[in-house]
Write a protein that binds this ligand. Structure first.
Ligand code: ADP
Ligand code: MG
Length: 486
């Protein structure tokens, strides 16, 4: 029996973040009353004409730039004809012959040996990405079906990969990488629960060493990470068994049923000519200016994995911290903003964000975590807290309590410390002087350096004195006293 390998290609539909729809100014949105985000164009009243949404085109171009695709100078629009009540026009506007992005590649990270260790990185090539409009949503009830056109016309980018993936874990890693990169660039939140990212999985198997591809099954509209993983794993098993039994896999479209955890045949796979594609006569091809491509390229945020490598190398952060902070662009922005205020202790800053901040966000609400826009804590306030700890004005245990209060109230560390009598000098000057003398006696070399004019050497006494005062002495006063005594 030959060894079989799986071959997988994904078609990933991503809803682009725009205020209005792909071909008209009706607003986009989620969770609104049915059929309120519509206008005559969305419901395709006779005589209406499409108008291109520049923002959607630019989001698509930006996606291509994130993944190193070529952005052709011209791209155009085609009609994909089919009859189904989710599409009032009876065709979908899409790009078949000249899509907005060609080629490119997505870096993915496979699961590591443990959660604390970086997994292997691989590159998955993209075939192309094309723009299209989303369709409406059908709800089938007892005896009737309802249609909601709120989603119809929402800009979608369909990202089509090469058949580079070899297993369900790689497919999941690809979706996670796309979500991370697109949310970091503000292109899409890719929230699968809100239908912002959906995926068709094409799966075939072949004997290892065989170059050509075998017949594939296409599973449509997988809408959760678990769905993608389980559907692909099931399909690989099914096809491998068929091959081992000497049968040929039929090229077809299959449905994934999460309840029974099986795929079942829906229909033989449709061919392009079934849709009678033709160039849309209402929309001119787009000539996208080269200067604008370069402007958009320059304005992109740093690539997520590059940022992670930089945090590990330049800041010496461990993988576990970078994987929490860099994979979530809001946390990364918080970290960077905090570092602009106090840059001396990246590790403590990252630790507070990855642990304390995340814990308080989870505690703050019954469902999920508190969104970052609702967090009152400011990056500069965290910087102030870490600095107070580093300067020995705040013991680590007290700092955690101060942090909880900062998170709840949005107040600065200093204000809370003052109110609680932390960090201020609680002792008489005689006691402080005694601690300073002890510290100087214990380190005569540093004392000599200070006498020789190196005032910075006084810093080596501040820690011991702060420790002696259990973090309660005022560091400025400690410093003055030390300098006076030396
Ligand atoms: P279609 O016209 O059905 O959309 P495409 O050739 O555009 O087909 O490919 C769609 C997706 O299917 C791509 O991601 C591609 O990599 C993948 N694919 C194509 N052939 C195979 C195959 N034999 N096995 C696995 N994936 C495949
Ligand atoms: Mg396809």
């Amino acid at each position: 029996m030959p060894e079989y390998e799986a071959v997988i290609g994904l078609e990933i539909h991503v809803q682009l973040k725009t205020a209005s729809k792909m071909f008209t100014d009706a607003p986009t949105g989620f969770g609104q009353p049915p059929n309120t985000l519509t206008n005559p164009v969305v419901i395709a009243l006779p005589g209406t004409l499409p108008v291109l949404n520049k923002a959607a085109i630019e989001q698509a171009v930006r996606t291509g730039l994130v993944f190193g695709s070529e952005i052709p100078e011209f791209f155009s629009w085609d009609r994909k004809n089919y009859f189904y009540p989710d599409s009032p026009k009876n065709y979908q506007l899409t790009q078949k012959d000249a899509p907005v992005c060609l080629g490119g590649a997505v870096e993915i990270e496979l699961p590591g040996p443990s959660r604390n260790q970086m997994g292997e990185h691989r590159v998955i090539h993209l075939d192309h990405a094309h723009l299209e409009e989303d369709v409406g949503k059908l709800t089938h009830g007892e005896g009737d079906s309802l249609v909601d056109y709120n989603r119809a016309g929402t800009p979608l980018l369909e990202i089509v990969t090469a058949p580079d993936l070899r297993g369900p874990e790689e497919a999941v890693a690809l979706l996670q990488s796309i979500r991370m990169h697109l949310s970091a660039a503000g292109i899409s939140d890719c929230d699968m629960e809100k239908g912002q990212m959906r995926c068709d999985a094409n799966v075939s198997v072949r004997p290892v060493g065989q170059a050509h591809l075998n017949n594939r099954a296409e599973m449509k509209n997988l809408n959760s990470i678990t769905g993608v993983r389980d559907a692909i794993a099931y399909e690989i098993r099914r096809q491998r068994r068929a091959c081992e039994a000497g049968q040929t896999v039929v090229q077809e479209t299959r449905r994934w049923d999460a309840a029974t955890a099986r795929t079942t045949s829906m229909r033989t796979k449709e061919e392009a000519h079934d849709y009678r594609y033709f160039p849309d006569p209402d929309l001119l091809p787009v000539k996208f200016p080269r200067e604008r491509v370069e402007e958009l390229r320059r304005a992109l945020p740093e690539n997520v994995f590059d940022r992670q490598r930089r945090y590990m190398e330049d800041f010496g952060l461990p993988y576990t911290l970078t994987s929490v902070i860099c994979y979530d662009h809001e946390l990364a922005s918080f970290f960077e903003a905090s570092m602009t205020v106090y840059a001396d202790n990246p590790k403590a800053t990252a630790n507070y964000i990855a642990n304390e901040l995340q814990r308080e966000r989870a505690n703050a609400t019954d469902e999920g975590v508190l969104p970052m826009e609702a967090v009152k804590l400011q990056p500069a306030h965290l910087a102030g807290l870490v600095q107070a700890i580093d300067e020995g004005r705040l013991a680590k245990q007290q700092a955690k309590e101060v942090f909880v209060e900062m998170f709840a109230s949005g107040r600065e560390a200093e204000a809370i410390m003052e109110e609680r009598g932390l960090g201020a000098d609680q002792h008489d000057d005689g006691q402080l002087e005694q601690w300073c003398r002890d510290a100087i006696v214990a380190n005569p070399r540093a004392a000599q350096q200070v006498r020789d004019g190196n005032e910075k050497a006084v810093n080596s006494f501040i820690g011991p004195v702060m420790k002696a005062s259990a973090g309660k002495a005022d560091p400025r006063k400690v410093r003055d006293t030390l300098l006076r005594l030396i």
